[in-house]
Design a protein around this ligand. Structure first.
Ligand SMILES: *[C@@H]1O[C@H](CO)[C@@H](O)[C@H](O)[C@H]1NC(C)=O
Ligand SMILES: *[C@@H]1O[C@H](CO)[C@@H](O)[C@H](O)[C@H]1NC(C)=O
Ligand SMILES: *[C@@H]1O[C@H](CO)[C@@H](O)[C@H](O)[C@H]1NC(C)=O
Ligand SMILES: *[C@@H]1O[C@H](CO)[C@@H](O)[C@H](O)[C@H]1NC(C)=O
Ligand SMILES: *[C@@H]1O[C@H](CO)[C@@H](O)[C@H](O)[C@H]1NC(C)=O
Length: 203
């Protein structure tokens, strides 16, 4: 009898720790929700007591119940991003354009090495473009335009060979626009030389 109780305890312990790890991504997204102001209740379905965030609106998962998309463009959100977003290790699309999000771009976003598209344009982000974004080796779309970002364009971005569309225009960036690495392949549609902004570089 004693052994049976032990076995049951063991299963319960294993089961609950599995649940905890399985919902790490839900917890990360829920901390984002807690940090945002959401006047239109677009995050209402983001219930952290569910086993995973895969049924939440604006969240898409792969077959392993791991988050691959967060689509929250044009959602009237304000508040700040959280570093925990860097835990969404399979995230491919982070779409947060056309909101009123303030504060810095977390350097932890450089941990999202599956990211294909990072769209933070038309917000009120401040501070530098994190150097760590140069680690996003699969990134094809990086649109940070129409924010209040300052400082230089990190040289690390020249390392992203997959980059197809880069828009850093309408910020407060300073310094030189790199012209080597992946940047050497860009044809700027328009370069605002007075502010050193890069406008919609496509190739
Ligand atoms: C991102 O990576 C850095 C460096 O490896 C680490 O210090 C940080 O904790 C990571 N962030 C997250 C949210 O996992
Ligand atoms: C940002 O907030 C201002 C007022 O606070 C509002 O007029 C504007 O439409 C908002 N922008 C977006 C993209 O939600
Ligand atoms: C981006 O900023 C520029 C300069 O302030 C402005 O002319 C443009 O209309 C903005 N884009 C959008 C879509 O609001
Ligand atoms: C580019 O990547 C290489 C190899 O990973 C690294 O050694 C180098 O420091 C990177 N350059 C920049 C400017 O980050
Ligand atoms: C571009 O040049 C800078 C120095 O000017 C260097 O740090 C960076 O690694 C170069 N990028 C590539 C991809 O070679």
């Amino acid at each position: 009898m004693k052994t049976k109780v032990w076995a049951l305890c063991l299963i319960l312990v294993v089961h609950s720790s599995w649940l905890a790890s399985a919902n790490m991504e839900g917890d990360a997204l829920h901390s984002l929700r807690s940090n945002l102001i959401d006047p239109n209740n677009v995050l209402q379905s983001w219930d952290p007591t569910l086993v995973n965030p895969c049924t939440w609106f604006h969240v898409t998962c792969n077959n392993d119940n791991s988050v691959i998309r967060v689509d929250l463009g044009n959602a009237a959100l304000s508040g700040q991003l959280v570093s925990q977003l860097g835990l969404l290790k399979n995230l491919q699309y982070l779409e947060l354009y056309s909101n009123n999000i303030t504060g810095p771009i977390p350097s932890d976003l450089g941990n999202l090495t599956s990211l294909v598209s990072l769209d933070l344009y038309l917000n009120s982000f401040t501070g530098p473009i994190p150097d760590t974004l140069g680690k996003l080796s699969k990134l094809r779309f990086l649109r940070l335009n129409n924010n209040s970002l300052s400082g230089p364009i990190p040289m690390s971005l020249t390392n992203i060979s997959s980059l197809q569309v880069l828009d850093l225009s309408n910020n407060r960036l300073s310094g030189v626009v790199p012209d080597n690495g992946s940047f050497s392949l860009f044809t700027p549609i328009r370069t605002l030389s007075s502010t050193y902004d890069v406008k919609s570089c496509d190739y």
